[in-house]
Design a protein around this ligand. Structure first.
Ligand SMILES: N[C@@H](CCC(=O)N[C@@H](CS)C(=O)NCC(=O)O)C(=O)O
Length: 217
């Protein structure tokens, strides 16, 4: 078996990289990171060799390439079933997959209006109505989960869902989104995860902010 490699890009800006990286960490996979700056044309050619979609994250494990974050999550769940990336009950697994799917295919307004940028702080940021609807839906999802699972995470213990929503947590903090006590406590809990502390530290240490990347990414 060959070692696992996770191809990612900026830790400050790339929300999908964060999701894929967190999933690998939560699964307990040993892997090395390969960081490819996707904005450089030369690197795009290199990235194409690694990831057919030219998108990150891309996981290479045991000679198998998996690109697209949901596929990576499902693959990790297959090779590390004891890690609990999906909850134990069938109904909970269905619910977890559904809310991961919502994140994966939706919330475009939130993504473009409040791009992930861990270095930035925008106190009093004015959220326009399209993004507000996305925020309201995410808060409703979280509240449903908190009501159904009296635990610290969306399904009690950490699962794929927490990894999928972790970049949203960083956005809520960056853009000063006002939250109720339960949602605010959840955000604090996610940011206090050792993996999130490690990721954030590396993001803050990245070279200068790039103005042009302050957009959907
Ligand atoms: N649906 C993909 C989205 C991945 C994605 O959009 N990745 C961004 C970085 S966050 C990317 O690679 N962008 C490359 C580019 O814009 O050139 C997934 O789930 O992994």
């Amino acid at each position: 078996m060959t070692g696992a490699v996770l191809t990612i890009s900026s830790k400050n800006y790339s929300s999908w990289s964060l999701r894929g990286w967190l999933l690998c960490k939560m699964a307990g996979l040993e892997f090395v990171e390969e960081v490819v700056p996707v904005d450089d044309p030369a690197n795009r050619a290199e990235l194409l060799l690694l990831s057919p979609s030219i998108l990150v994250p891309c996981l290479t494990h045991d000679g198998i390439r998996v690109w697209d974050t949901l596929a990576i999550g499902e693959y990790l769940n297959e090779i590390k079933p004891k890690a609990g990336l999906l909850p134990a009950g069938r109904g909970d697994r269905a619910r977890c997959r559904s809310i991961c799917g919502e994140m994966h295919s939706g919330f475009g307004n939130l993504r473009s209006a409040l791009p992930m940028n861990l270095k930035a702080r925008r106190p009093g940021f004015k959220v326009w109505s399209g993004a507000r609807a996305d925020i309201d839906r995410i808060v409703a999802i979280w509240r449903d989960c908190f009501a159904a699972h009296n635990g610290s995470y969306l399904f009690g213990a950490p699962t794929m869902a927490d990894a999928m929503y972790a970049p949203v947590v960083t956005r809520f903090l960056t853009y000063d989104v006002q939250l109720d006590a339960a949602c605010a406590a959840y955000c604090e809990r996610i940011m206090a995860l050792p993996e999130m502390i490690e990721w954030r530290r590396a993001a803050l240490a990245e070279p200068d902010e790039l103005e042009e990347l302050d957009m959907e990414f």
